[in-house]
Design a binder for this molecule. Sequence first.
Ligand code: GGG
Length: 352
Amino acid sequence: MKKNILVIPGDGIGPEVTQWGKAVLEQIAISFNHEFNFDEALMGHAAIEATGNPLPDETLEKARKSDAILFGAVGHAKYDNDPSLKVRPEQGLLKIRKELGLYANLRPILLFDELLNASSIKAHILRGTDILFFRELTGDVYFGEKTRSEDKNTASDLMIYHKYEIERIAHKAYEAAMQRGRKLCSVDKANVLESSRLWRETVQEIAKQYPEVETQHLFVDNAAMQLIKDPKQFDVVLTANLFGDILTDEASQIAGSMGMLASASIGDGTGFFEPIHGSAHDITGKDLANPLASILSVALMLEISFGLKEEAQLIISTIDRVLKDGYRTSDIADDSTSPYKVLGTQDMGKLV
Ligand code: GGG
C-alpha cells in the first residue's frame, strides 16, 4: 500500500513524541512492504513564530492533499499567562479541524492489564474497562461567538449547536456501538442548557434508527462521577466538544496516564491522529514524555484511515509486551512496589 502521510509535530513535547509515531510507521512499512511517504508542516506556536499564523495556508494545503495526518500537540507557556495575546497556538488546531470537516473525535480508553496499578482507581473496578468516546469537534463554546465588554470585566462564549452537527456524530457513534457492545451513553447537561436539550432530543431521534443499541442519557456531572465509580458500565460515550474534552482527560486516569491515550479525528476530510495530551511545556526537552500515545495514534491511523488491522494490532501487542516486560515511562511507573525499568522518551520509542 502506498500512502502520503503529513506529520505536524507542533509544540512542546509534540516533536519528541511524534518522532516515535513516525518511526513506528517506518518500521511497519518495512515489515509489511508498504510505502509511506512523509511530509512535514508547521502548526501552533511553532507556526506563529515562523509565519505569524497558527495554521499557515501551506499546512492546510498539504493536509488536504495527504492520506492521513499525524499530529503532536499545540500550546506554549507564554500564552497561558497572557490572555491578551490574540493569536494563539490552539487556534491552529481548531481551524484545521473545522477546515477538514473533522467533526468526530474518537478517543478509545484502552486499558493495558499491566497498568492496572498505575491508576489511582482500584484495579478490580478498572479491570475489563473498554470505552470508546465520541467527542464532537466542530461546534460548542469552542466555535461560538466570543465577546468581551469594553471595560474588559464581562466575557462570554456562545455555546451553540446545530441539529445537523449532532445528527452526523450521533450516527458515527451508533455505527460504532453496533460493532461493539451495543450500548451508548449520551452525555449532556439538558437540565440546564438549551443546546443540551437540542442534543438530547436529537440523539433520542437518531436512537430510533438503532433499536439494537441500548441508549442511556446522563448529565455530565453524573457521568464524571460514574466514570470513576464504575467505568465498566460504559461502552460508547457520545458527547459535545467541551464535555468530551474534560471527560476524556478524566478517563485517561483509568488508562494510567494522559500519556497513554490516542485519538482519531474523522469526518469529511483526511483523518487526523493525535495523542490527547497537550504540549506539556513543563517537561519539554527533558526526555520525560511518554511516546506511547503518539504510537497508539499511529495504530488508529493504520486501522481507521488505511484499513490495516493486522498492522494496528501488532503495534498494540508490541506495547503490551513492552509493558509486560516491565518497561515504563515515569508517568506510568508510580507503583513503587514493582521493580520497573523506567525509560525516557527516546529509549521507550526505540524499544517499541
Ligand atoms: N494533542 C492535543 C493538543 O494539542 N491539545 C491542546 C489543545 O489545545 N487542545 C484543545 C482541544 O483539543 O480542543
